[in-house]
Ligand binder design. Structure first.
Ligand code: ADP
Length: 467
């Protein structure tokens, strides 16, 4: 199934989700830790206050405890401090109104220290109760402090977390995306290069980043595979070239022998027909072998570099002369519009073959009384060679394949003789000349081939009509 998101985006999303969860977990732990620290600190403050009160009462045991407590309450700003007896009654009432109206939790028994939270007037307080022995009597010293400050700190911490987490998440996800894009950039380069490699340029290799990482190892492995494919294809091409070459001799011998036999006037009619068929089939096989050899040479690039100035106008005119005769025989109308004096850099034999392949196809796939129009003119710095016919046309599904070797559209296969190699050779010649090849076709209406080659010099001349 096709992935909708790129690896970089998916990595970033995963990274973002994990980062968010990590931060929230860390923030929650920190929140609990802060709460614990603040509560302990509050407890410590209350313990110190009670310890001071204890020391004051013990140190001034001979004084009136009421007076000592009143002094203490006064000195601590009339804070929330109270002394209860074990029955829960105020032993020494505090002079502070806040303390006397405070809803102290009922102190139960002088057993052990307690630290608890209560709510009063919509506010929460921490209350510390601590047993205390003075002059043989058990008391409970109580001190309280509001939790407001702590809660404010905790609320601020939580709010800060919610504001900062998305902000940092955005920044780190952006940075993560950028880093992963950078890290995966070699993948795009490798993919682009791999896409451009076909059987025609198997000697090319994928780029190596030199980082020694997984991507480089993958590219290296693909390069080794390309190397093996290249060697295998080279062996097949060599075999095709050798086989075509070797078969040419016996085939020519058979054809010549049959032609010699046909010259015998005393040949009986049955043998004559048989020899004629041998000559015809040998001619077809020779053409096929020639085509295969041409393509084998094309694969070996043996013509590259042998290009020179060529009079394209003359080549087209000569080829059209031959085509004209065949067209006449087949009842086809060949209409020509050829500019003279158009030269290109190329290989004359190959260009003659290119012109012939396109013209021959137009004549093969057009039924009488069809019309074939051939044009040669210039367009800017290009020489344009066009062949339009009113023939059987090519189905849209066949169009992308007609330049493949041995490809023949079904209708052509049954109706017209051919090997399916002509356009493959034509394409190779076009590529050899850095030319452009386009074809447009409508079934049962006709086909238009359009080839444009760079000219040596712009040569706008008066058209020479030869119809
Ligand atoms: P072939 O030997 O079959 O002509 P080509 O390589 O020259 O081989 O052409 C490949 C196929 O393209 C043909 O078999 C035919 O189906 C189609 N084709 C080429 N030129 C024409 C045309 N002018 N009109 C219709 N079909 C064409």
């Amino acid at each position: 199934m096709r992935q909708r998101f790129s690896i970089s985006l998916r990595l970033t999303l995963w990274f973002g989700v994990l980062l968010f969860l990590g931060w929230m977990l860390f923030g929650t732990l920190m929140w609990f830790n802060l709460q614990h620290t603040l509560t302990s600190e509050r407890r410590g403050t209350l313990e110190r206050r009670i310890d001071r009160l204890e020391s004051l009462l013990v140190d001034n045991a001979e004084r009136d405890p009421n007076q000592s407590f009143a002094d203490f309450a006064h000195a601590t700003g009339n804070g929330l401090v109270e002394i209860f007896d074990t029955g829960g009654q105020r032993a020494f009432p505090s002079p502070s109104t806040a303390a006397s109206t405070f809803p102290w939790p009922t102190p139960v028994g002088p057993t052990r220290k307690s630290f608890q939270q209560i709510e009063s007037g919509g506010q929460r307080y921490w209350v510390l109760a601590q047993p205390f022995l003075l002059s043989g009597h058990n008391y409970i010293l109580c001190a309280a402090a509001p939790e407001t400050g702590n809660q404010l700190v905790l609320d601020n911490f939580w709010r800060g977390l919610w504001i900062s987490v998305p902000f940092f998440l955005l920044i780190s996800s952006g940075a993560g995306y950028w880093i992963s894009r950078r890290a995966l950039r070699p993948v795009d380069l490798i993919a682009a290069k791999a896409r451009s490699i076909s059987i025609l340029n198997l000697s090319e290799r994928l780029p190596l980043s030199g980082t020694g990482d997984e991507l480089e190892r993958l590219a290296q492995t693909c390069n080794e595979m390309l190397g093996r494919l290249d060697a295998a294809v080279a062996r097949i091409k060599q075999f095709t070239a050798d086989a075509s070459h070797e078969l040419r001799g016996p085939l020519t011998f058979n054809r010549t022998a049959a032609e010699v036999a046909l010259r015998n006037p005393e040949l009986d009619p049955i043998s004559r027909v048989a020899f004629e068929e041998i000559v015809a089939e040998a001619a077809k096989a020779t053409t096929l072998l020639e085509d295969m050899l041409t393509l084998a040479r094309a694969d070996a690039n043996s013509l590259a570099g042998a290009l020179e100035p060529v009079d394209l106008a003359a080549i087209v005119a000569e080829t059209c002369d031959v085509a004209q005769r065949i067209a006449n025989e087949r009842g086809l109308e060949l209409s020509l519009s050829l500019h003279a004096d158009i030269s290109v850099i190329g290989d004359a034999a190959s260009l003659r073959r290119l012109v012939w392949i396109v013209l021959d196809n137009a004549m093969k796939y057009t039924n009488a009384p069809g019309r074939i129009t051939v044009k040669l003119h210039t367009h800017g710095h290009d020489a344009v060679f066009e062949v339009n016919d009113t023939g059987i046309g090519i189905a849209q599904s066949d169009l992308p394949h007609i330049f493949e070797r041995f490809y023949r559209a079904d209708r052509s296969r049954s109706e017209v003789e051919g090997s399916g190699l002509g356009l493959a050779i034509a394409r190779w010649i076009v590529e050899l000349h850095h030319a452009q090849f386009t074809v447009a076709s409508v079934e049962n209406v006709g086909t238009a081939f359009h080839i444009s080659l760079p000219t040596i010099h712009p040569a706008p001349t008066i058209p020479e009509q030869c119809e």
